[in-house]
Design a protein around this ligand. Structure first.
Ligand code: SAM
Length: 286
């Protein structure tokens, strides 16, 4: 018997990779994960996210990995504020930016205007509700940090693959840098549930006959916080605590922990050395 996620399962050495229900395991793990991806949640945080991305090296890092040609059309699923989208748009013919959050799409429009980028169109939709016939096939499909909250992901992966004619790039949580979240949960006395990560997605893709390249992105920017209120706010959001009432006593514990462990930078911002970025890029050529 092998423990898996707190449950004992019988190990059958005759099992094959295709016999494992990765999609079911993903769904179960997602149910336990603290934060839920929904439109309201992203609408609410959109403007802050736009600020955070200004000092984050992830968008540049990912944009450099994407194959771009001047005649390419690109579909960016869950484009957020456009930090990756606009970098790609500068080097291709056209980008269709899709996001379920209207606030995020407004930010892409604003950011594109500021940078004089005009080769974009916009679709407000979740990945799940997206009509492949209406949106059509694109040379490149990107889904950057946007698939992590989707139930029955295997179906959507099939859809994402079908939407691309040349390349697909997606990033999913890695498994490494969860120390900070674990620490926060232990301080708050809440159980830590790891968000399902790239290994589930790799295996679902494999089961679909898609043998993706796997690369851990080498991002360095950790979130920097302007003050204690900012870090309290953002951590509560990240771990889904802003949707439940935090008792004063718990709040004090969290505040103490965040005060004690903060490293103050020269510019006054707060840094937490265990709060590392961890994204895995899965990409394939068709
Ligand atoms: C972490 S942000 C990533 C934004 C951008 N792709 C990037 O990497 O900078 C996640 C974005 O995906 C969007 N999103 C999350 N789940 C989605 C879904 N199922 N369908 C469409 N958009 C989704 C959110 O609204 C948000 O704008």
């Amino acid at each position: 018997m092998v423990p898996y996620g707190g449950v004992k399962i019988a190990q059958n050495v005759n099992m094959k990779p295709e016999d494992i229900d990765w999609n079911g395991m993903w769904n179960e793990a997602l149910k336990k994960a603290p934060k839920k991806d929904n439109k309201q949640r992203w609408d609410k945080i959109a403007h802050k996210f736009n600020e955070w991305m200004k000092t984050d090296d992830y968008p540049q890092n990912l944009a450099e990995k994407i194959h771009k040609e001047p005649n390419y059309t690109v579909l960016d699923l869950g484009c957020g504020n456009g930090s990756v989208t606009l970098r790609v748009a500068e080097n291709v013919k056209h980008v269709t930016a899709v996001d379920m959050s209207g606030e995020m799409l407004e930010l892409v429009k604003k950011n594109a205007k500021e940078r004089g980028i005009e080769n974009l169109s916009y679709v407000q939709s979740s990945v799940e509700d997206l009509d492949p016939e209406a949106v059509g096939q694109h040379d490149v499909v990107i889904a950057s940090r946007s698939l992590g909250g989707i139930y029955n992901l295997k179906e959507e992966l099939k859809k994402v693959d079908n939407l691309a004619s040349k390349y697909v790039y997606m990033t999913i949580w890695g498994a490494n840098a969860r120390e900070f979240e674990k620490e926060l949960c232990s301080v708050m006395g809440t159980q830590y549930h790891q968000h399902p990560d790239y290994i589930y997605v790799c295996n679902m893709l494999y089961q679909l006959g898609i043998y993706a390249n796997v690369e851990i992105l080498d991002c360095e920017s950790r979130p920097m916080y302007c003050d204690l209120e900012d870090v309290m706010d953002r951590c509560s959001w990240k771990l889904g605590w802003n949707t439940k009432k935090i008792e004063d006593e718990e709040k004090k514990k969290l505040e103490n922990f965040l005060k004690t462990n903060a490293v103050k930078k020269e510019d006054g911002t707060l840094d937490y050395p265990t709060n590392n970025p961890d994204w895995v890029l899965l990409w394939w050529k068709k």
